[in-house]
Write a protein that binds this ligand. Structure first.
Ligand code: HEM
Ligand code: HEM
Length: 177
């Protein structure tokens, strides 16, 4: 590159690295977000997308700091106000629609998971292909005391101060952590 030598200090550091890192991280987050949208390679990219997404937010803040002068000027442009208003309306339309959506909408897999967490252990175990006592045994092995097979993972999680999804993991895989 033939750009002039950046100044020393924080501004120089911002100029040398921040737009470059924003570009690199933004590319990966953008491509992985596109894959997730089309339900491709979800298992492989989901957690990477989440964490690099958080890194992207942090680096994007520095990117704005690096371009703070032109960013502030841009915020004063009337066309920026129109675009902010249009984006705000789009956001409100989606958020508003979520309030009026009929109950039971949304991802059916998430609904199934919620119902599984609320079901009594005695009903959940056969769905998971486990014998009557096996779910209870796995929970006990992980240090979760079950008073009655009528208890649900959600109730057990509340009384044991843990996450019900962790308990579902224990029951599914017999994990002890
Ligand atoms: C994948 C994401 C992004 C990429 C690849 C990217 C890339 C770039 C590049 C290459 C420049 C020109 C740098 C220069 O002239 O030295 C730039 C400028 C700028 N970017 Fe980004 N950027 C991204 C995200 C963002 C975000 C999220 C914001 C604001 C929230 C932002 C705000 C700005 C501003 C204000 C400028 C200065 C524009 C100017 O001086 O005219 N960028 N960006
Ligand atoms: C180029 C920008 C981005 C695109 C196209 C994109 C797209 C997507 C898509 C399609 C999903 C899948 C949702 C699903 O599970 O059905 C997703 C999930 C997610 N994205 Fe992004 N994303 C982008 C940027 C970001 C950023 C900057 C963050 C910041 C943290 C982020 C955080 C997340 C998280 C936490 C999830 C997981 C949500 C869940 O557990 O279901 N994404 N993204």
């Amino acid at each position: 590159m033939t750009s002039p030598t950046p100044p020393a200090g924080l501004d120089g550091w911002l100029r040398r690295y921040v737009t470059q890192t924003t570009t690199a991280v933004g590319l990966v987050v953008g491509v992985s977000g596109g894959l997730l949208f089309f339900d491709l390679a979800k298992r492989q990219v989901h957690s990477m997308h989440e964490w690099l997404g958080m890194a992207f937010l942090a680096i994007a803040v520095l990117h704005v700091v690096r371009h703070r002068g032109s960013f502030a000027a841009m915020l004063r442009q009337p066309r920026q106000h129109v675009l902010l208003a249009l984006t705000g309306f789009a956001m409100l339309a989606f958020v508003g629609a979520s309030f009026t959506a009929p109950a039971g909408g949304g991802n059916p897999v998430h609904q199934l998971a919620d119902r599984a967490l609320d079901a009594p252990l005695v009903a959940l175990a056969p769905v998971l292909g486990l014998g009557p006592d096996e779910a209870q045994r796995r929970l006990a092995a992980a240090g979760v005391a079950v008073d009655s097979p009528a208890q649900s993972l959600a109730t057990l999680a509340a009384t044991n101060h843990t996450d019900p999804r962790r308990l579902l993991g224990v029951v599914l895989g017999g994990r002890r952590d």
